[in-house]
Design a protein around this ligand. Structure first.
Ligand code: UPG
Ligand code: 3PG
Length: 266
């Protein structure tokens, strides 16, 4: 890719029921260095997310029904391609993916963009400080989703991320293409990281002081984690994790496994 194109940045924001925060996120993103346009995909929201995003200056594409985060990101990036052709715009070389709930803290994402436009990394991922839930509790569950994602990426690539689930990430358009179609739903970050590393590109994690609406430990929070775990597991399995673990733990198949467990034919 022409290195000049990397300095042109589009910000991509998937958003489901984010009317309270999306405008502040869009406003902050538009002010980041290099960001030429912000495209929000309203992923079947039942509130006024689309109107708030548009009023803050975003281009909005929308899904009639909810299709999940990865589909929302794909739709926004597809929209970008069409806008470039329609308006005969010079190609955008860098994508900044931000969740809609970052609010004004999105203004701190410049180091992610810098890592990519300077060519230092093809994918730069934000590591967030510990978050608090709305009722002041320390956010985070039992670490099951995070641990599964971290160990899965490490097993498949040899690299152990600090923030395997972080959706706040900047990457070259080429890196995005190499990771497309994205792993579905909540698996998109894990799938993307594995795909970009496997393509031989550089991935960097950067501490960024962002705040977002953190998941609590109430029933809704635990159901959200279950959904994350399902999608993360599917993304890892689709990239060969299950086969790898099986080959390592039972290279001689089920009979060998049973033999070693002392229950099978000797
Ligand atoms: O069906 C959906 C659900 C969510 N979103 C948007 O996706 C973003 C992330 O959703 P959120 O509920 O804030 O995710 P978290 O619980 O914070 O999940 C963490 O972990 C996810 C991977 O499991 C990452 O995608 C997130 O970036 C990361 O913050 C937000 O802008 C949402 O509005 C959609 O577009 N469609
Ligand atoms: O709250 C979080 O960090 C994610 O939902 C993952 O939760 P976990 O603690 O179960 O990994």
């Amino acid at each position: 890719m022409d290195p000049g194109l990397l300095t042109r940045v589009a910000c991509i924001v998937p958003a489901k029921d984010e009317q309270d925060r999306v405008a502040a996120t869009v406003t902050a993103a538009r002010a980041l260095p290099g960001v030429e346009l912000v495209i929000v995909c309203d992923d079947g929201s039942s509130d006024a997310t689309a109107q708030h995003a548009a009023a803050a200056g975003a281009i909005v594409v929308s899904h009639e029904r909810n299709r999940g985060k990865a589909a929302a990101v794909e739709s926004a990036v597809n929209g970008l391609g069409v806008i470039e052709q329609r308006d005969r715009r010079p190609e955008i070389g860098t994508l900044l993916l931000l969740d809609a709930d970052l609010g004004a803290s999105a203004a701190r994402c410049a180091p992610l963009v810098d890592a990519v436009v300077t060519g230092r990394a093809a994918l730069a991922i934000a590591v967030l400080p510990p978050q608090q839930t709305a009722d002041g509790q320390q956010a985070g569950g039992m670490g099951l989703v995070m641990g599964t994602a971290r160990r899965g990426i490490a097993e498949l690539t040899g690299w152990t991320p600090q923030a395997p689930l972080s959706g706040q990430r900047c990457l070259t358009r080429r890196a995005f293409e190499l990771a497309s179609p994205l792993a579905a739903g909540w698996g998109m970050e894990v799938g993307m990281t594995v795909d970009v590393l496997r393509a031989g590109l550089t991935v960097e994690e950067i501490d960024v002081d962002l705040s977002h609406r953190a998941t609590g430990t109430d029933l809704a929070g635990q159901l959200h984690r279950a959904s994350q775990l399902k999608d993360v597991t599917r993304a890892l399995a689709a990239r060969g994790l299950v086969r790898r673990l099986r080959d390592r733990n039972a290279p001689d198949g089920v009979p060998g496994l049973l033999r070693r467990l002392g229950r099978g034919p000797r």
